[in-house]
Each structure stands twice: as structure tokens, then as C-alpha cells.
Design a binder for this molecule. Structure first.
Ligand code: FAD
Length: 322
């Protein structure tokens, strides 16, 4: 039977949460299209992760466990996935449009000669896909005309399904990765942070250009730490060199959808909203009552952040201590 292949994502031996959002989409697509669900997981020493992928209705979990797949690289991953796709007659190859996904899926589509729909937020009953364009101000509906399709999903648009008790077959599949030598990663320097990863955090506290200087940044960091939240920022704050670029939320930054999002001294430009409007509850603090962020916020404070944020930190600490 033809199948849909989901590319699971792991980093340093832990599955990324977006994998489960991709499984949410794939289960729905498999039902709609009458396809078997298969999962691919690449990496080194990943056998232990298979059980976390059980219970999502997959027919098989394919583990490509190879030292050449330890660190993500386009060529060997593409080679392994395309080999599996032809083995299991994958009509659709899908996964999250993460930084890795944005690199990997177009390459897979290119190699297979398949059409691709990127960053989709919905699949309609007629098989077309909805995807936001122009920072989410337009929703395009696209049809992929090739029989085999590559589809990357916007993880924040799909719920992770509940884990059931069904058991998939675990297949350790080996291929010789001739393409592993095309590019080698010499070393990786990671930014160390005690805070949760921005795209996976339950709470995100973001500051804008209005942080102004190190003192303002420290204030926002302090609120983030009090709430055990990830820190985010507007592009203007990143461009001003206040915080590193990897904290940028928005159209050209990261897309987040936490349970609680704080936009502090952020105007609410459409490009910023594109990265956070899927958040469950949005709290905005801005001294300008006309700031566009208030149109989206669930709770808004028209106030000077330098006054209210320290008060909030103190109050939260007091309540936590109580
Ligand atoms: C192609 C393109 C892509 C882009 N991608 C992104 C993106 O990914 N992410 C992104 O964020 N932006 C992006 N931008 C930039 C975006 O258009 C805005 O310029 C940016 O989001 C503004 O950041 P900001 O709100 O921090 O700054 P500002 O627009 O300067 O707003 C600062 C806000 O802080 C408020 N404020 C000032 N002082 C205080 C205070 N003491 N207390 C409370 N409030 C205060 C002001 O009232 C104002 O609303 C992009 C732009 C383009 C053209």
C-alpha cells in the first residue's frame, strides 16, 4: 500500500516537539488519502527514541542509525530518506518547516522530481493546501500537481495527537551513505542558555527596541527567568545589537505558539505578528495606546515597561514564595 512518510526530528538524542505536530498532520492526511503512515528517524545511537514514536498509528518506524547521520547534513539525510521513500512507495513526504526542514524538504523534492507545498497550515478535503504568505496577510491555496508530494507543515498550526497503545514495527534500515563525504561539519559552537528553547517553550517573554540598553535587556531576562520562560525579541531589538539574532520572533525569525506570550515594548508590526499570533494568550505592555499589538493582545497594559515589569517580577516572586 502506498504511504505517507513523516520525517521525525531529533537533536542530541531528544525528539523535537515539532515531530508530534507533524504526526498530527500526517495522521489526518493518511486517513484522508488512504495511505499507510511511516516514520523516518535519522541520527546516531537513536534506538531508544523509537518507543517515543510508538502509539501514533504508524505502520513502521524506520531508524537510520549511523554515525554519518549524527549531525544533520543535507546530503546523507536526503539520500537516506529518498531511498526509504521509494522502498515504501511514499506518495507524500512530510515534516515540520523548521530550520532543518527548510533545508531538507526542498532537496528531497528536487531529487524526487516532486512538487512541494511549504509551511502549510491546513490540508483541505480536495487535497489542496493552505499556506500563509506575505507575513500571514494573505493565505494562498496551492495544489501540488505531481503524484508524489513533499509537504512541510507549520508546526504551530497542528495539534500533537495523544499517544495511543498501538505498536509499529521498528525497522533498522541501513544504506551506504556515499554522499556523507560531500560536506563535513568540523565543529559546532553552541550558544549556552539555561532558558528553554524559544520554539518549544510554554511561555515566551519578548522585548522590543524599547529595551534600549543592557539594563533593559536584563529586566526582560529577569522576567523570563522568573517565569521559567524563553526569551524572544523583535527584529528591531536584534538589529540594534541588544540581543542575538537567534532570539528574533517573526516573519524572518522564529515562529512560536506558546501558551503565554509577552510582547513588551513591541509595536506589533505585521512581520512580528507573523511569528507569534498563534500564541494561546498574548499579554502586551506598551506605552502607546494606539500600538497595533493591542489589537491582537488578550491582556494589554498601557504603561511604561520600566515601571510595570519590575513590579510584575516582584509580585510573581511574592506569589511563588507564598
Ligand atoms: C521583510 C521584513 C521582515 C521583517 N521581519 C521581522 C521579524 O521577523 N520580526 C520582527 O519583529 N520584525 C520584523 N521586521 C521589522 C518590523 O517591520 C518592525 O520594524 C519591528 O518589528 C519593530 O520592532 P519593535 O516593535 O521592537 O520597534 P518599534 O517599532 O520601534 O516599536 C517600539 C515600541 O515600543 C514602545 N515603547 C517604547 N518605549 C516604551 C516603554 N518605555 N514602555 C512601553 N512601551 C514602550 C513604543 O510605543 C513602540 O510601540 C521585518 C521587516 C521587514 C521589512
Amino acid at each position: 500500500m502506498a504511504s505517507i512518510l513523516v520525517i521525525a526530528e531529533q537533536y542530541k538524542g531528544s525528539l523535537r516537539k515539532v515531530t508530534f505536530n507533524a504526526l498530527g498532520f500526517a495522521k489526518q492526511a493518511a486517513n484522508q488519502l488512504g495511505l499507510d503512515l511511516h516514520i523516518f528517524l535519522g541520527g546516531s545511537d537513536i534506538g531508544g527514541l523509537a518507543k517515543e514514536l510508538q502509539g501514533y498509528g504508524a505502520k513502521a518506524i524506520h531508524l537510520a542509525d549511523d554515525s554519518d547521520l549524527e549531525v544533520y547534513r543535507t546530503e546523507p539525510y536526503t539520500q537516506a530518506i529518498c531511498a526509504l521513500a521509494s522502498e515504501i512507495d511514499a506518495q507524500m513526504i512530510t515534516g515540520a518547516a523548521t530550520v532543518q526542514g527548510k533545508d531538507l524538504f526542498p532537496r528531497i523534492a528536487g531529487r524526487l522530481g516532486a512538487g512541494m507545498a511549504s509551511d502549510i497550515v491546513e490540508m483541505l478535503p480536495d487535497g489542496t493546501f493552505k499556506r500563509p504568505v506575505w507575513a500571514g496577510s494573505v493565505i494562498a491555496r496551492v495544489r501540488v500537481e505531481t503524484a508524489q508530494k513533499v509537504v512541510s507543515i507549520r508546526a504551530t498550526a497542528f495539534e500533537a495527537p495523544k499517544q495511543g497503545s498501538d505498536q509499529a514495527k521498528v525497522n533498522k534500515f541501513n544504506i551506504s551513505l556515499e554522499e556523507a563525504d560531500k560536506v563535513r561539519v568540523e565543529d559546532m559552537e553552541e550558544t549556552k542558555s539555561e532558558r528553554p528553547e524559544l520554539t518549544e517553550a510554554r511561555v515566551v517573554v519578548s522585548g522590543g527596541r524599547s529595551m534600549k540598553d543592557e539594563k533593559g535587556v536584563k529586566m526582560i531576562e529577569s522576567l523570563a527567568d522568573t517565569l521559567k520562560a524563553a526569551m524572544g525579541a523583535s527584529r528591531a531589538a536584534c538589529d540594534a545589537g541588544l540581543v542575538p539574532n537567534e532570539l528574533q520572533v517573526g516573519q524572518t525569525g522564529k515562529v512560536v505558539a506558546p501558551e503565554l506570550y509577552f510582547a513588551i515594548g513591541i509595536s506589533g508590526a505585521i512581520q512580528h505578528l507573523a511569528g507569534m499570533k498563534g500564541s494561546k494568550v498574548i499579554v502586551a505592555i506598551n506605552k502607546d495606546p494606539e500600538a497595533p499589538i493591542f489589537q491582537l493582545a488578550d491582556y494589554g497594559f498601557v504603561a511604561d515597561m520600566f515601571k510595570v515589569v519590575p513590579e510584575m517580577i516582584e509580585e510573581i516572586k511574592k506569589r511563588k514564595g507564598a
